[in-house]
Design a protein around this ligand. Structure first.
Ligand SMILES: [Zn+2]
Length: 129
C-alpha cells in the first residue's frame, strides 16, 4: 500500500506482513517509510509474481532488482536505513513505484505471464483481495 503525498512529504506505507497473497514469502515488517530513497546494490535482477490491490484479481511476473538499500523516516521522524534482498526488496520497489505512478504491469517483460489469477494458477483456489 502506498499513499502518495501528505503535507508535501512523499509517503509510503509498506504493508506486506503475513499477506495471504504471498503465503510462501518471507515476512516483511509493516513499515511506514517517509521520503524513501532507494539505492540499488548491484544490477542483478530476479523475477517474481506480483499482485496489487490497485488492480485486483491479476498477477504478473515482474523483474526486480535483487538487492537494495532503502532510507527514509518512520512516522515518528526516526531514520530508517535497511539493506534488503529478494522478496523484501521486491516489496520496497513495488511500493516506491506507486509513488511515481508506476504499476507493476508496466514492468512486465513477457506479457504472456500476466493475467487473471484463476487463469494463471487454475490449480490454486482463488485468492481474495
Ligand atoms: Zn501495489
Amino acid at each position: 500500500m502506498s499513499i502518495n503525498q501528505i503535507g508535501g512529504k512523499y509517503f509510503s506505507a509498506i504493508a506486506a506482513s503475513s499477506n495471504p497473497r504471498y503465503p510462501d514469502a518471507e515476512r516483511v515488517p509493516d513499515t511506514v517509510l517517509i521520503n524513501p530513497v532507494l539505492t540499488l546494490l548491484g544490477d542483478e535482477m530476479e523475477e517474481g509474481w506480483e499482485g496489487c490491490l490497485s488492480i485486483p484479481g491479476l498477477r504478473g511476473l515482474v523483474p526486480r532488482y535483487k538487492r537494495l538499500r532503502y532510507q527514509g523516516f518512520d512516522q515518528s521522524g526516526n531514520p530508517i536505513d535497511h539493506t534488503v534482498s529478494s522478496f523484501h526488496a521486491r516489496v520496497v520497489q513495488h511500493e516506491c513505484d506507486h509513488l511515481q505512478g508506476i504499476l507493476y504491469p508496466m514492468r512486465i517483460r513477457d506479457m504472456s505471464r500476466f493475467g487473471f489469477v484463476e487463469e494463471l494458477f487454475p490449480d490454486n483456489a482463488p485468492v481474495a483481495e
